[in-house]
Design a protein around this ligand. Sequence first.
Ligand SMILES: Cc1cc2nc3c(=O)[nH]c(=O)nc-3n(C[C@H](O)[C@H](O)[C@H](O)COP(=O)(O)OP(=O)(O)OC[C@H]3O[C@@H](n4cnc5c(N)ncnc54)[C@H](O)[C@@H]3O)c2cc1C
Ligand SMILES: NC(=O)c1ccc[n+]([C@@H]2O[C@H](COP(=O)([O-])OP(=O)(O)OC[C@H]3O[C@@H](n4cnc5c(N)ncnc54)[C@H](O)[C@@H]3O)[C@@H](O)[C@H]2O)c1
Length: 410
Amino acid sequence: MNANAHVIVGASLAGAKAAETLRLEGFDGPLVLIGDESERPYERPPLSKEYLIGKTDRETIYVHPQSWYSEHDVDLRLGAHVTGVDAAAHEIILADGSRVGYAKLLLATGSSVRRLAVPGSDAEGVFYLRRAADSDQIKSAFAVASRVAVIGAGWIGLETAAAARSAGAEVTILERGELPLLRLLGTEAAQVFAHLHRDHGVDLRFGVQVAEITGAAGRANGIRLADGTHVSADMIIVGIGITPDTQLAQAAGLQVSNGIVTSAQLRTSDPDIYAAGDVANAYHPLLGKPIRVEHWYNALHQPPAAARAMLGRDVAYDRVPYFFTDQYDLGMEYAGYVEPGAYDQVVFRGDVAGRQFIAFWLSGGRVLAGMNVNIWDVNDTIKAIVRRGGTVDVTRLANPDVPLDELLAG
Ligand SMILES: Cc1cc2nc3c(=O)[nH]c(=O)nc-3n(C[C@H](O)[C@H](O)[C@H](O)COP(=O)(O)OP(=O)(O)OC[C@H]3O[C@@H](n4cnc5c(N)ncnc54)[C@H](O)[C@@H]3O)c2cc1C
Ligand SMILES: NC(=O)c1ccc[n+]([C@@H]2O[C@H](COP(=O)([O-])OP(=O)(O)OC[C@H]3O[C@@H](n4cnc5c(N)ncnc54)[C@H](O)[C@@H]3O)[C@@H](O)[C@H]2O)c1
C-alpha cells in the first residue's frame, strides 16, 4: 500500500467535497480522485432545472474550477472506471488493470438510474436523466418535441415535466402510484404537487402500468399501458428511481444493505474504507438508525465529515436531512426525515391553495419534518424544531401569526 495516499472513488459532488476537506484540514499527502465520467465533478440539481431550460450555462454546474485540482495537488483521474477493491492489499483496481494504493479509501460511487424493463424501452427517443450529457440530449429533444411522456412522478419526472412545459410541449405523466412523491410526502402534501402540475396543463395519470414502448423503425412514438390505453409521444423521459452503486463494496466484502453500511463516522465494516453521499447507508445519531439519503445536501455535507474521520478526527454526521425542488413558480425546502407512512398528523400553516405555506409532519405530537413552500428564511428554524424533538402545541404550529422561533421553546 501507499502508506499515506488517500483515494476517493467517484468524482462527483461527494467525492469533490471530500477532496476539498482533506486539503482544508491539512492533509498534504497524495490525494487521488477517480471518476468514470469525462467531466470534472459537477452538481446534478441544475440538470433538471435551470440548466435544462437553458437559463444557465455549463460553466455554472461545476463544483470547482478546473484549475482548483492542480492548485490543490489533487490527482483527478477522469474517464477511469474502478473495477475492484483489494482491501487486504489496500489497493483499488482500475479497468486497465493498473492499481492505486491507499492508506484510506472513500467510496463515493453514488447511484445509477433504474431502467425500464418493458418491450421497446431501448428505442431511440427514450431518455434517462443522471448525467450532464443526458440533460443536453433532453434539452435538444425538447426543441423538436411537441408531446412529451414522462414515466414516474418522482423528482425527475416532476422537474422534467415542468421543464418540458416551459419548452412548450404537451406533457403526460404516467405514475404507478396514486400521487406524485407519495412515499416521501404522504397523501396530504403530495396533492399539492398533483394540483401544481394540473394547473400547469399536465395530464397526470396515476395507478397505471406501463406495458410497452411503441415505435416505428426503432424510434419511440408512444406508450402502451397494461389496460390497452395508448399515449402518443415524440419523446419519453423515464424517472423511476435509482439504485446505489454498491458493487465495489459488495465484491470487497464490505457490509452492504440498502447501500454501503457505515457508522456515524462514515466508516464501513473495513476500518480503512469510508463511504459518503447517495451510496452510504449511514447511522444517524439523531434518528437512532441508519439512513440512506439520495439528495444534494447530504452529498454536500456528509463527505467533509467522512474526510475528517479519515484524518482521525472525532466526528459524527448528524445533520437534519434536507432537500429542495423548483418546479414552475414553486420553490420548496424540506427538512427532517419520515419513513413512508410513519406520521400520524400533518399540520399546514399558511395558504395551501395559494402554494405559500409550511407543512409539518408529526408523530405523537413531535415534529419529524417540515416543508416550506414559497416561504423563505425559515428552514433553519424548521431544522432546529426537528432537532429539538419534544412535543409542540399544534394550534400554535398551525397559526402563521405565531413566530416559528417561539415554537422552538415548546
Ligand atoms: C437530474 C438530477 C437533479 C437533482 N436535483 C436535486 C435537487 O434539486 N435537490 C436535491 O436535494 N437532490 C437532487 N438530486 C440528487 C443529487 O444530485 C444526488 O443526491 C447527488 O448527486 C449524490 O451525489 P454523489 O456524489 O453521492 O453521487 P453521484 O452524483 O451519483 O456521483 C457518483 C459518481 O461516481 C462515479 N462512479 C460510480 N462508480 C464508479 C466506479 N466504479 N469507478 C469510477 N467512478 C465511479 C459516477 O459515474 C459518478 O460520477 C438530483 C439528481 C439528479 C440526477
Ligand atoms: N429535487 C430533488 O431532490 C431531486 C430532483 C431530481 C432528482 N433527484 C434524485 O434523483 C434520483 C432519481 O429520481 P427519480 O424521480 O427517478 O426517483 P424517485 O424515487 O424520486 O421517483 C420514482 C417514481 O417513479 C415511480 N415508478 C417506479 N417505477 C415505475 C414504473 N414502472 N412506472 C411508473 N412509475 C414508476 C415511483 O412510484 C416514484 O413515484 C432520486 O435519488 C432523487 O432523490 C432529486
